[in-house]
Design a protein around this ligand. Structure first.
Ligand SMILES: Nc1ncnc2c1ncn2[C@@H]1O[C@H](COP(=O)(O)OS(=O)(=O)O)[C@@H](OP(=O)(O)O)[C@H]1O
Length: 290
């Protein structure tokens, strides 16, 4: 029997996208957690997010390829803070299982959730900002979701009508690359899948509202969950300060998104009540307020 152990990150910060993951990750990296390595020709954000589980090509390279990201000669715990990992619990379980040792039972998983309507707006602003500022060669299919056929950028209303709502309404089995980011907001679906594959005590669910109102408290929860003292403070990172940033939601997209999300949010609160997490998790989970 092969008893070799391939060392993987001891912490996964799996999302949600646009819920403050960069701010938390930077605090943890500066506080001593090892970053993923950036391989040649990769964008610099790979030093936060390894994108192993969400990109098929990377995932197909296998376990050793993933481990190489974190094999940088430093001892100590490593962190992968890829917010796209939220929709890939099965792949994470399989890889940690095959890595050997007891890693599948000890990996710690951090999730932070933001009001899904506000998150969708942040997502749109991110894509629209990149489309306006990046070299067209750097734009991916993900960015192009906000582009119209004539090359102009959709308004948020158009984005919700043509991209978010159809993606949210699609069956999960059809959940390919397009629209996947919008589907991140269906938190109950994703968390249910994580709770089925990992012990609930391995997963802490945090609230973006607490990051905004009481970041010290949130830091305390993370430190207690990880069992380590992490120096420093969470700063505001990855804010979109563009003058073209849409800050205020008009009624139509707000109502469309809110009425779609309402039953999903209710299911999330019920799921979290029925599946209590580690002792330092906020309970009851605070309802989203936007
Ligand atoms: N410290 C702190 N407190 C509260 N909010 C914060 C903080 N740091 C970042 N942010 C806001 O989080 C949004 C970016 O989230 P992510 O870093 O997870 O985005 S990404 O998915 O990695 O692109 C982005 O939200 P929007 O500005 O609404 O787009 C950031 O402004």
């Amino acid at each position: 029997m092969d008893s070799r152990i391939v060392q993987l990150p001891s912490v996964q910060l799996i999302g949600a996208q646009k819920a403050g993951t960069s701010a938390i990750a930077e605090w943890l990296f500066e506080g001593g957690f090892c970053r993923p390595r950036v391989f040649p020709n990769e964008p610099s954000y790979y030093s936060k997010e390894a994108h192993f589980f969400d990109i098929d090509w990377d995932f197909n390279q296998g376990l050793e390829y993933y481990a190489l990201r974190f094999n940088n000669g430093k001892n100590g715990p490593a962190l992968d803070a890829t917010p796209d990992t939220l929709t890939f619990p099965e792949r994470v379980r399989d890889i940690y299982q095959s890595a050997g040792g007891d890693q599948v039972n000890t990996v710690k998983i951090i999730v932070i959730l933001r009001d899904p309507v506000a998150r969708e707006l942040s997502l749109y602003n991110h894509m629209a900002f990149d489309c306006r500022t990046l070299d067209p060669l750097q734009l991916t299919g993900w960015h192009r979701q906000v582009k119209k056929v004539d090359g102009s950028i959709m308004s948020f209303e158009e984005f919700v009508r043509d991209i978010s709502m159809p993606a949210l309404a699609r069956d999960e089995s059809e959940d390919g690359g397009s629209g996947r980011s919008s589907r991140h907001g269906l938190y109950a679906n994703h968390l249910q899948n994580w709770f089925e594959r990992f012990d609930r005590n391995q997963i802490i669910v945090l609230s973006y509202d607490e990051l905004c109102t009481n970041p010290e408290k949130l830091q305390g929860r993370i430190q207690s969950f990880l069992g380590v003292a992490v120096p420093g403070h969470i700063r505001r990172i990855n804010s979109n300060n563009s003058l073209q940033k849409v800050e205020i939601l008009s009624n139509e997209p707000r109502q469309q998104l809110e009425s779609f999300m309402k039953p999903h949010n209710e299911r999330l609160y019920e799921l979290l009540e029925a599946n209590p997490g580690p002792s330092m998790e906020q309970r009851p989970f605070p309802k989203f307020t936007m």
